[in-house]
Design a protein around this ligand. Structure first.
Ligand SMILES: [Zn+2]
Length: 299
């Protein structure tokens, strides 16, 4: 905030000296105030080169383009429950499922860095276990890390106990992968295939797990070109106006489309909201405790 104070003082001084110039008339937007940090010159250079590429590659018309007023990085949203995830118009939460994966996740991290935005990674326990350094890297670069079961099974096909065990196993594996990184996993969870039932959802919510739903499915698992994936996702986002976007950091097309997608978000005036837990990491509560309580109550 020291920078803002100095900026304010500079504006006051400049205003006293030359009121007519108006160089400080534009207020600092809220978006700039809550962003995690100013973009460097290097970031702008990278962004500029991406923009050229984006314009050349996106073949569809671009409706609703407005002049971007600042950084793509939006506010940080602290959530303690799924109900806390309330987005304003043109706010987006980026989520990446099924990783981490060598050769894919690092490139996605680089692109996110180039645009100064933070995402949420819902990792598979098995993938985090196989790539612990990569899992640590995601957390250390400022992204939120949640879980997505251990083996990516359809939980509704399992018994209640087996489903809860699969969730807990995945969460534990992600926590183990992050051990020593200085970062705990967030209590964020996404159902594989978005397949859920009332029992599982209620149990997780009562266990203080934030279940992340999907508002915009990029369908980046289809064998489409990166430009098609980007155009489809943008079209669905424009129709909805805001939302949680689902990507997967295991596909090359997702790696390839992300610069294009983020550049278009910026050009259209969207901001990327950083999702973080309000009450610390997963160690502040236990799904197993909730499970025992529910079982004891005969549910
Ligand atoms: Zn998945």
């Amino acid at each position: 905030m020291g920078v803002l104070v100095r900026l304010f003082r500079a504006c006051v001084l400049a205003g006293l000296v030359a009121l007519a110039i108006g160089g400080c008339a534009k207020p600092i937007s809220q978006k700039e105030q809550v962003s995690s940090g100013p973009l460097t010159t290097q970031d702008h250079t990278i962004t500029g080169s991406v923009q050229q590429s984006a314009s050349a590659r996106l073949q569809q018309p671009m409706p609703n383009r407005i002049v971007s007023t600042g950084s793509l990085a939006g506010r940080t949203l602290q959530v303690a429950s799924t109900a806390d995830i309330i987005l304003r118009p043109r706010e987006v939460i980026l989520t990446f499922d099924d990783g981490p994966r060598a050769g894919k996740t690092p490139a996605i991290l680089d692109t996110l860095d180039a645009h100064g935005v933070k995402a949420t990674f819902l990792m598979l326990g098995s993938a985090a276990e196989a790539n612990p350094q990569l899992a640590k890297s995601v957390a250390q670069r400022g992204h939120s890390v949640g879980s997505h079961t251990y083996n990516h099974v359809d939980l509704t096909r399992l018994s209640r106990q087996a489903a809860l065990d699969e969730i807990t196993r995945g969460e534990t594996a992600v926590a183990d992968a992050l051990a020593g990184s200085g970062h705990a996993p967030s209590p964020f969870f996404r159902f594989p295939y978005l397949s859920q039932n009332g029992y599982l959802r209620t149990t997780l919510l009562q266990g203080d797990i934030v279940v992340l739903d999907v508002d915009i499915d990029s369908k980046d698992y289809y064998r489409d070109s990166p430009a098609v994936v980007a155009a489809r996702t943008l079209e669905r986002l424009e129709a909805r106006g805001s939302g949680i976007v689902l990507f997967h950091d295991i596909h090359q097309r997702t790696v390839d489309m992300l610069p294009l997608f983020l550049e278009e978000l910026n050009a259209r005036g969207y901001s990327v909201v950083r999702l973080v837990p309000k009450n610390g990491g997963i160690f502040s509560r236990s799904v197993i405790t909730a499970q025992v309580q529910l079982d004891g109550a005969g549910l």
